[in-house]
Design a protein around this ligand. Structure first.
Ligand code: ISL
Length: 560
């Protein structure tokens, strides 16, 4: 199956490559002609599929995840003609494209929502409108229930034109659609068909396990999103997914990957087991939260054995996984699980083990079972941002959190420490193409600051260096593609402690062994497992031959 064997490359358009062709020349936003100009790099990397984060028309309250027209392109990014050219140019290079499908909500500037503000409009039921509650002693109408939102804020907004509240699980500019209305569901099918006919090979489906709100009753008290039990992985949600599959998706050669928030293994099986015909695979969050609490907002100590446990659960628990370590909502993985944050210079020069840890993590990812997703900049080991204060951030979620924590009197320095580690802007700073001004991303003023380490971490210099992170990714992608064992083999954990992990991939009579060191110290492999290291060494992050000891942040792949 092509979508199991290809590596997917995620593009977050506004941070990828600005061209001088769109809107005002060099407006500081990446755009579609910019993507076209870099297709050869993606081809050279070895990725066969692009996941394109939203390029649709949008007022950008949540960077395009608030869509005001699903059939049009945001002028910041170009035109529909540019998009058609992108499909054609990608096809020429054997690259398929999947679109981002954001259908839990639209923008409040979408025509459906504007019309739905009139209680008599046929569009009223496209969204979830409810009267407020009159509470004795309170002057204003109170929201219909006690739910709290994903961006650490309210979930109901009063609309004076209507005299009622509407539901929004995310920003107030992202009203939730009503999946109890079959007419609205038909509109979504039309959108799917439109993009499949244009040339899309599938969809990444945004927060797709929370689209159906079974009831609007009060939620159980919770520190994170309160009310989840009324809309996460509901029967109605499964039915809608089955309907999309039956009426549209199964008629095309395409696949879907669902972004499924707060998903557990039980839900995940229901959503993605092939015989149920819902999603083809999904993104879970557990692995990125092994060193986080309160969703991902408060850091805690990293332990390799915890990470291996979580991975084993998912590797063995699902028929097929979507494997990712980064996306536009996450910290950079070399900063999160790797060594990038230690030993940095004041001018951004990364520490000694930045590069080796980036390769070790690549080794980890490329030896897991599932479809691999890498995020722009991951292949050169881009790191978290180096902003100094909240005002430099753009992310709505970070600002929402900051406000909420302030309400709870959490001191400013602690608020900043937590936001710095978790902010979605970590993954959103512009791609570092070369060492010219703004890292070759734009000749204008970038919409979000470029990390000052671009002089040390950039594409152009890594292309020339045979030992770079980029060239390691290229080798791993090619090797993975040629190996049925790494794609389809069974996953078997062998050993882990707080610093290292060892596991195997087994397929027919071939076995791969992987050992990884997530620490600044050398790590001796327990004697009991020494025999595993007699196999043929395929790759190591340090480039050294591994015998019985792993160097700091080293990783090794062996075949026997
Ligand atoms: O994990 C989160 C909160 O705990 C969020 O970062 C994120 O909102 C969640 O993963 C859902 O993400 C998706 O939908 C959002 C959009 O802002 C994200 O960019 C998108 O990936 C709303 O459309």
């Amino acid at each position: 199956m092509w979508w199991k064997e290809e590596t997917v490359y995620q593009i977050y358009p506004r941070s990828f490559q600005d061209s001088s062709a769109v809107k005002s020349p060099n407006d500081g936003f990446g755009d579609i002609p910019g993507i076209i100009s870099r297709l050869d790099e993606i081809k050279a990397l070895g990725a066969g599929i692009i996941w394109l984060s939203p390029v649709y028309k949008s007022p950008d309250a949540d960077n395009g995840y608030d869509i005001s027209d699903y059939y049009d392109i945001n002028p910041k990014f170009g035109t529909m003609a540019d998009m058609e050219k992108l499909f054609a140019e990608a096809k020429k290079r054997g690259i398929k494209i999947i679109m981002d499908l954001v259908i839990n909500h639209t923008s409040d500037e979408h025509e459906w929502f504007q019309k739905s503000r009139d209680p008599k409009s046929p569009y009223r039921d496209y969204y979830i409108w409810r009267p407020g509650k009159q509470i004795p002693g309170k002057k204003n109408m109170q929201p219909p229930n006690n739910w709290t939102g994903f961006f650490a804020g309210e979930t109901w907004e009063f609309d004076s034109a209507s005299g009622e509240f509407y539901l929004h699980l995310f920003d107030k500019k992202q009203p939730d659609l009503n999946y109890k209305n079959p007419k609205m569901t038909e509109e979504v099918k039309k959108i799917l068909r439109f993009w499949l006919e244009k040339g899309a090979s599938g969809f990444r489906c945004d927060v797709i396990n929370i689209i159906y709100k079974t009831s609007l009753d009060d939620g159980k008290k919770s520190l994170t999103v309160q009310g989840l039990e009324h809309y996460k992985s509901q029967e109605g949600n499964h039915n809608v997914l089955k309907e999309f599959r039956r009426d549209v998706l199964d008629k095309y050669d395409c696949f879907t990957v669902g972004e499924t928030v707060f998903v557990d293994l039980h839900d995940a099986k229901l959503l993605s087991n092939e015989d149920r015909k819902e999603l083809n695979m999904l993104f879970f969050f557990d692995h990125l939260e092994v060193d986080r609490r309160v969703a991902r907002f408060v850091p805690k100590k990293f332990r390799a054995n915890k990470l291996l446990d979580v991975m084993t659960k998912w590797q063995q628990g699902l028929d097929w996984n979507a494997i990712y370590f980064e996306n536009h909502d996450q910290s950079r993985i070399v900063s999160h699980f790797g060594a990038a944050e230690k030993g940095k210079n004041a001018d951004g020069k990364p520490g000694l083990y930045w590069e080796r840890s980036a390769k070790m993590i690549a080794l980890f990812q490329f030896t897991l079972r599932g479809t691999l997703f890498i995020y722009q900049g991951q292949e050169i080991g881009m790191t978290n941002f180096d902003f100094k204060k909240i005002e430099e951030l753009n992310d709505v979620e970070s600002h929402g959190l900051n406000k909420l924590m302030k309400k709870f009197c959490i001191p400013k320095s602690l608020r900043w420490k937590w936001i710095k580690a978790s902010s979605r802007d970590n993954g959103r700073t512009p791609v570092q193409w070369d060492d010219s001004e703004n890292a070759g991303f734009t000749k204008g003023k970038p919409w979000l600051g470029v990390n000052k380490n671009y002089k040390y971490i950039n594409y152009a210099s890594q292309k020339k260096d045979g030992n770079s992170v980029l060239n390691f990714y290229k080798k791993m992608i090619a090797f993975r593609k040629s190996s049925k064992s790494l794609i389809y083999g069974d996953f078997q954990p062998v050993y882990a402690d707080s610093r290292i992990m060892i596991y195997k991939r087994i397929y027919k009579n071939e076995t791969f062994t992987v050992a990884l060191n997530f620490s600044f110290g050398k790590a001796r492999i327990p004697k009991k497992y020494a025999g595993l290291f007699n196999g043929e060494q395929i790759a190591s992050a340090s480039g050294e031959k591994v015998k019985d000891t792993l160097l700091p942040w080293d990783g090794v792949l062996l075949r026997s």
